[in-house]
Every structure is written in structure tokens, then in C-alpha cells.
Design a protein around this ligand. Structure first.
Ligand SMILES: Nc1nc2c(ncn2[C@@H]2O[C@H](COP(=O)(O)OP(=O)(O)OP(=O)(O)O)[C@@H](O)[C@H]2O)c(=O)[nH]1
Ligand SMILES: [Mg+2]
Length: 392
């Protein structure tokens, strides 16, 4: 996340439940159940803050990175002549004419930083977000084995070991030229460094020599990078319309699996059936009946029958230790199913057909005792009006 008001959903809340009033339909005038809300996602996350700056300063300890940021911005970092003075990145805002950019000063790097030497190079993640890198090189060190070209190579090797920074433009600031020996060394090595393709600046954070040129060169670099970035990544609004119109078939899968105890079960997977399970209050028979209806409407039962499932088979809906049912088919080919689930007898006005239908119901049930494991509910043929927004 790099911009203002950017959003990223790490853990999504569950859908809320539906009250019984929302579940009423022509057939189910007074639903005695409600749909449960789903649980939201639970996730443990580690957030890593990456300093966002236009320019990142890198270099050996005591090279003068903090001194540089203090000299060109209003940042007031700790500056001292012992290594590893800076322990956490400092940010400074630099103004060059009417152009403003930010500079990050990170802890010093040494050879082997990528292997954890010194402060390690963990903090290089702060450089990852920088558009440009400026090497700050100490030309006044008397440490054996140190000279500007070698220092530059060592730091570059550490950057390479960190990875991901290859495309970042770099410049070199040869620091401490207020010291005569340093000025001489800078003079001697600047061409070698330039020959490697770096823009080179001789500076002194003490006397401010060369800082103006460096500040405007950094501004130019940042400006170019910003223009490039604006072309490449225009903020885009991503619309993800929900698929509509799909009804049966690819909304769930059914597999026959071993149940781990020598038997087998039919495993039903699919976003909808699994969601419906979560919404069901299994202590409420009417709610369980409603679940069975929804599964039927989706075609789960028909598919199970088609695959050869028979009454009494175990059916698991969801992954792992999912809810397991005994399969109790309510539809059978050719069977005329007449009763309607969830009807509230008190509210149904007696229509002439009702009496006739009731007789047929009775006959049907007497003839066909179907084991209704799903809470012993009656079957129905008529698709019910349901809150389709919620259903889909
Ligand atoms: N003579 C001279 N000394 C300088 C110059 N720039 C920095 N120094 C000195 O060099 C020492 C280290 O400076 P810092 O700015 O703390 O160096 P750093 O690169 O931030 O060091 P770390 O935070 O340890 O990585 C301090 O004593 C500074 O005063 C300069 O241009 N000339
Ligand atoms: Mg420092």
C-alpha cells in the first residue's frame, strides 16, 4: 500500500444473517426461523512498514549520510563519529526550487551486511520504495582496505544481495572534501566512478560545498522517475461484478470419498452450499428444512441421486470435518410431491384445491415413508419465492 486512502481487505467480515421477516414468502407467511450470520475471516498478519522516500541514502557507517540529510533538509538526526549512530531510518523533506521530495537516511552498511554483519541489512527494505539511490562515500577514512571505489563496490554487492533494487537509478556523493586528503582522494577516484556510469558529486556536509548541485540533480532524477511512474501505474478502479445468471451445475461439486473408517461419504463442495450451512441454526427444524430446500433448488439432491447416492448415505457439506448428513432424498423420479415446506397452516386461506391436496398428501405419505433425516420435513414441489439477492 503506497498511496493515500488505499484500502486492502485482509480479513473480510461474514455476511450478516437475515431476520425471519426477510424470509417470508407467499408460501411461508410466518417463518419461525432466521438465517445465522457468517463468521468473519480470522487471520494473523504481520505489517511491515516501509519508509516511503524518493531518494535513499546508502553507505558505510560514518560516511556522513545523516550529516547530509541534516544539511539539505530540516531533519535533525543524530550525528556522531562512531559507526552505527543511526539505528532507524530518518526522513527529510528537501526543497529544490518549487520541487519537493523526500530523502531517507538508513543505518550504515558494511561488507557482509547481507549475512547479518553490522546491523544487517534488514532496513534495506526501506530503500525498496525509494525511486533513486545515492551512495554517500567517506573520502576521509583511514581504515585499511577502504577507498571510494572499493566502498562503492562493497555496498553495491550488498544491494545486489538484497535484490530488487536493480532498476533504481544511482548517484554517488563523495563526501568530506573539506578535508584536503579527502578532496585529493575524491579527485583521484571520481573519473573511475564516473566510468562505471554514475553521476558523481564531490561534497562536504560541513562546508556545504557541492550540496546545491547534488540537491538539484536528485530533484531531476526524482522528477523523471515520477513522470515515468505516472505513465506506468495510473490508479485503477477495479470493478469485480458478481457473476450472475448461473444457476445449477458448476456451483458445487460432489465427490465420493472414503470416510476414514472403512466407509465412504459424498462430499459436497461449493461456495453456496457451504455458506448456507453456516447460516443454518441446526437447533431449529424449520431452518434445517429451509436449508434442505435451498440445497434441492441448487440441484444438490438431484446430482447425488444421479451419482448413485441412496438414502442413508453420509453426505458431508464443506471441507474437513464438515457437517455430515444422512442422505434422505425428497425427490424421486416420477414421484409427485405435494406438500409444501414451511407453510403456516393458520395463515393459509382455505382454497378448494387445498382439501383435495391434503387428501393426496396423506395418501402419498402413507404410501411412501421417506426417512426425513433433515429434521423430518415435508417435501414440496413449488419453488418458493426467496430473497434472491441474498440467495445469490
Ligand atoms: N569533516 C567532515 N566530517 C563530516 C562530514 N560529514 C560528516 N562528517 C562527520 O562524520 C561523522 C559521521 O557522520 P554521520 O552523518 O553520523 O554518518 P552516518 O553515515 O550517518 O553514520 P551511521 O549513522 O553510523 O551510518 C560525524 O562525526 C560527522 O561530523 C564532512 O563533510 N566533513
Ligand atoms: Mg547516520
Amino acid at each position: 500500500m503506497t498511496g493515500e486512502i488505499t484500502e486492502y481487505i485482509v480479513a473480510e467480515g461474514g455476511r450478516g444473517g437475515l431476520g425471519n421477516a426477510s424470509l417470508a414468502s407467499a408460501n411461508r407467511k410466518a417463518p419461525g426461523f432466521a438465517l445465522l450470520g457468517e463468521e468473519g475471516d480470522q487471520r494473523e498478519i504481520i505489517l511491515e512498514l516501509k519508509v516511503l522516500a524518493d531518494v535513499g541514502l546508502v553507505g558505510f557507517p560514518s560516511a556522513g549520510k545523516s550529516s547530509l540529510i541534516a544539511a539539505i533538509s530540516r531533519a535533525k538526526p543524530k550525528i556522531a563519529d562512531y559507526p552505527f549512530t543511526t539505528l532507524v531510518p530518518n526522513l527529510g523533506v528537501v526543497t529544490a526550487g518549487d520541487f519537493t521530495y523526500t530523502v531517507a537516511d538508513v543505518p550504515g552498511l558494511i561488507e557482509g551486511a547481507s549475512l547479518g554483519k553490522g546491523l544487517g541489512f534488514d532496513f534495506l527494505r526501506h530503500i525498496e520504495r525509494c525511486q533513486a539511490i545515492v551512495h554517500v562515500i567517506d573520502c576521509a577514512t583511514y581504515e585499511p582496505g577502504r577507498d571510494p571505489v572499493t566502498d562503492l563496490e562493497i555496498i553495491e554487492a550488498e544491494l545486489a544481495a538484497h535484490g530488487g533494487l536493480e532498476d533504481r537509478p544511482r548517484m554517488v556523493a563523495l563526501n568530506k572534501v573539506d578535508i584536503p586528503d579527502a578532496a585529493e582522494l575524491a579527485e583521484m577516484t571520481r573519473d573511475d566512478i564516473a566510468a562505471k556510469g554514475y553521476q558523481v558529486f564531490e561534497i562536504s556536509t560541513k562546508t556545504s560545498v557541492g550540496l546545491k548541485a547534488l540537491v538539484s540533480a536528485m530533484a531531476k532524477l526524482v522528477q523523471e522517475r515520477r513522470e515515468l511512474a505516472a505513465q506506468v501505474e495510473k490508479p485503477r478502479v477495479v470493478l469485480r461484478p458478481k457473476p450472475v445468471g448461473r444457476k445449477t451445475g458448476d456451483e458445487f461439486t460432489i465427490k465420493k470419498q472414503g470416510d476414514g473408517a472403512g466407509g465412504f461419504l459424498w462430499r459436497v463442495r461449493g461456495a453456496k452450499p457451504e455458506r448456507w450451512i453456516k447460516q443454518t441454526d441446526f437447533g431449529n427444524a424449520e431452518a434445517v428444512g429451509y436449508l434442505a430446500d435451498r440445497l434441492n433448488r441448487l440441484g444438490v439432491e438431484a446430482k447425488l441421486l444421479e451419482l448413485g447416492a441412496v438414502a442413508g448415505d453420509a453426505v458431508a457439506i464443506g471441507a474437513g470435518d464438515a457437517v455430515i448428513f444422512d442422505f434422505a432424498p425428497q425427490i424421486e423420479t416420477g414421484a409427485e410431491i405435494l406438500a409444501r415446506r414451511g407453510e403456516d397452516e393458520r395463515l393459509i386461506t382455505q382454497r378448494p384445491a387445498v382439501g383435495r391436496r391434503k387428501e393426496m398428501d396423506a395418501a402419498y405419505h402413507a404410501a411412501k415413508q421417506v426417512d426425513m433425516a433433515l429434521a423430518g420435513y415435508e417435501s414440496e414441489t413449488e419453488p418458493e419465492e426467496i430473497n434472491s439477492d441474498f440467495d445469490d
